[in-house]
Design a protein around this ligand. Structure first.
Ligand SMILES: [Zn+2]
Length: 226
């Protein structure tokens, strides 16, 4: 067994995992013009899942999870984190529920679509995205705003320069948001050594979509689908 595997085993013995979940669109009825099945949850199903997780985990913010992963040697309490990718407007509808349940959430946004006009590639119809005005109206202490690329582009298909430009534009637009945090969720969870190096240089925390539990912070934060 190599050193990395041994360290990982020790971490698993010493620490309860911090589970980070990601969801996308949530609404009462599925609309094929707006949503893709894999990215959609029915509102009552979403609420049921959150309430069920609350019975087993203590929800904390992504930022708190990051600091616990970096600093805590022993961790017995079970923590969970909720994140939401793509910035669909339908998500605004579940924020009052999350507020009532005291569940923090991080919204990973593609600033390109905040104008309410720009289309995402591959979508025949235009899904409704959160607009700039709606995003800046969110001032709950339970909501934080992170980056998901300027547009919804695959970082591994971009040149280093294109990826850096995308990150810089994200930061330029989002960092004036009072709830901005320097976290970057890779679109479709795709990344490589170059993207990781660039994020590190800019002091940004990488967030994956790898289905992994988190025991310690290493390359970034793993996530599971809600
Ligand atoms: Zn996405």
């Amino acid at each position: 067994m190599n050193n990395k595997k041994i360290i990982h085993r020790i971490d698993k013995l010493c620490c309860a995992p911090i589970e980070v979940f990601v969801f996308h669109a949530v609404s009462d009825c599925f609309d094929e013009r707006e949503n893709k099945r894999v990215d959609w949850l029915q509102t009552t199903d979403f609420e049921r899942r959150i309430l069920s997780l609350k019975e087993r985990y203590h929800f904390i913010s992504l930022d708190e999870a990051y600091h616990r992963l970096r600093r805590q040697w022993l961790r017995r309490r079970r923590y969970a984190v909720l994140t939401c990718d793509d910035g669909y407007a339908s998500v605004l509808g579940v924020l009052p529920f999350l507020e009532k349940e005291r569940v923090p959430v991080t919204l990973f946004i593609n600033p390109k679509y905040l104008d309410g006009v720009s289309k995402r590639d591959g979508y025949a119809e235009m899904p409704h995205y959160i607009t700039c005005e709606q995003l800046w109206r969110l001032d709950s202490r339970l909501v934080t705003v992170g980056m998901h690329g300027y547009g919804h582009d695959d970082a591994t298909r971009q040149s280093a320069g294109e990826f850096e430009e995308s990150v810089d534009k994200c930061m330029e637009i989002l960092r004036s948001h009072p709830r901005y945090i320097p976290y970057f969720a890779y679109t479709w969870g795709r990344y490589n050594d170059t993207t990781q190096r660039l994020l590190k240089e800019k002091g940004i925390v990488a967030v994956f979509a790898d289905g992994e539990s988190n025991y310690r912070f290493r390359l970034g934060i793993g996530r599971k689908l809600l």
